[in-house]
Design a protein around this ligand. Structure first.
Ligand code: PMP
Length: 391
């Protein structure tokens, strides 16, 4: 007689085989075979010398991808949200003021996280599908004197690419640090951490980098480190404490690294390979490819009679496109039809764009004219076969 009261789960009797899909939603995107293969290497210790070499390669790869010389550059063990929390939890202390440029859901999330820390959150909201001007930012900075300002470079919920030029200088004029979310834009649109005066920058592994979800590159400028490493209080998270993470990643010049947590070894193998692929192609070529493919896609959509949510061509994110939900159709029927019939993921809106748009992400290896043709064909088919109301 067994001592177990919970029987062996029936579902675990069989192995799982993942379906092959075209991952053309806002993420995760498809993972190319060489990145998957890199991840299937034997697991070694997270503090073995070979692992430290891999982590060192990852740091160099992130510095290249971010265009920064920052010493404190590493990958957080977690998704984009973990990097977002790492940035906010380490930089803000209770009572500190944060200015959020909100042009979609990511500004709202940053505000939510900062409120939990006890920061004073001020928001400047952009019009739907639009941006905030440098003039508005200047006014808000001079009035509110925040210690940190957040902006999403690639707002994947609205499809907006927010201009960054000049914002760093404005922030620094008022003694404020600039925090930029580049989860959806890094590698797909021009971004220069050092030149643009960005103090904290993070991204995710599963978008343009085409790695599995679960690691999140992040970098802190010396100015940001000055604030983070001179806090009066400890950050509320042990797991995301930059003092510990900087040591684990060999960014603190201490002679020994102390065990903090077990890094996701296989995910680091994959991340390294993704960064290798980006370096092989060249950052500028990758930006240009995403720009050209997005232009080809947007023209194709307009030729079909569909309308883009972001009116200003220059403010369109090349990686994630927001298409106004075709009038008379149920967007959910369109996305499920496309998944069922074309084995292809496109998604609906998120946060402020729910019900208003369809979102298509063409990132990293998915940014190609072939993928665009596939999406256009699937959309045409959906508009032909899905139910259209007469009103
Ligand atoms: N910021 C942006 C701009 C994003 O697009 C996403 C993911 N959709 C995130 C943050 C959060 O990333 P994750 O889902 O990996 O936590």
């Amino acid at each position: 007689m067994s001592s177990l009261s919970v029987p062996r789960p029936a579902g675990l009797d069989r192995p799982f085989v993942a379906p092959r899909r075209h991952m053309f939603g806002p993420g995760p995107s498809n993972v190319p075979p060489r990145v998957l293969e890199a991840g299937s290497n034997p697991v070694i210790g997270h503090m073995h010398p070979e692992m430290f070499e891999i982590m060192s390669d990852i740091k160099s790869g992130i510095r290249y991808a971010f265009q920064t010389h920052n010493h404190v550059t590493l990958a957080v063990s977690g998704s984009g949200h973990a990097a977002m929390e790492c940035a906010l939890l380490n930089t803000l202390e209770p009572g500190d003021a944060l200015l959020v440029v909100a042009n979609g859901i990511w500004g709202e999330r940053a505000a939510d996280i900062a409120e939990r820390i006890g920061a004073k959150v001020h928001t400047i909201a952009a019009p739907p599908g639009g941006c905030v001007t440098n003039d508005e930012i200047n006014k808000a900075l001079s009035k509110l004197r925040p210690v940190l300002m957040f902006v999403a470079h690639g707002e994947s919920s609205t499809g907006v690419l927010h201009p960054l030029d000049g914002i760093g200088d404005l922030c620094h004029k008022y003694g404020c640090l600039l925090l930029v979310d580049a989860v959806a834009s890094m590698g797909g649109a021009p971004l220069y951490m050092d030149k643009q005066g960005i103090d904290i920058l993070y991204t995710g592994s599963q978008k343009v980098l085409n790695s599995p979800p679960g690691t999140a590159p992040i970098s802190f400028s010396p100015r940001a480190c000055q604030k983070v490493f001179n806090r009066k209080t400890k950050p509320v998270s042990f797991f995301l404490d930059l003092t510990w993470l900087a040591n684990y990643w060999g960014c603190d010049d201490k002679p020994t690294r102390i065990y903090h947590h077990t890094g996701p070894v296989s995910a680091f193998y994959s991340l390294r390979e993704s960064l290798r692929m980006l370096a092989e192609e060249g950052l500028e070529s990758s930006w240009e490819r995403h720009r050209m493919v997005a232009e080809y896609f947007h023209t194709g959509l307009e030729n079909m009679g569909l309308k883009l949510f972001v009116k200003d061509k220059n403010a369109r994110l090349p990686t994630v496109t927001t298409i106004l939900a075709p009038p008379g159709y149920d967007w959910k029927e369109i996305t499920s039809f496309i998944m069922k019939t074309h084995n292809l993921e496109v998604s609906g809106g998120l946060g402020p764009s729910v019900g208003l748009v369809l979102r298509v992400g063409l990132m990293g290896c998915n940014s190609s004219r072939e993928s665009v043709d596939m999406v256009l064909n699937a959309l045409k088919d959906a508009l032909k076969h899905c139910h259209k109301s007469k009103v």
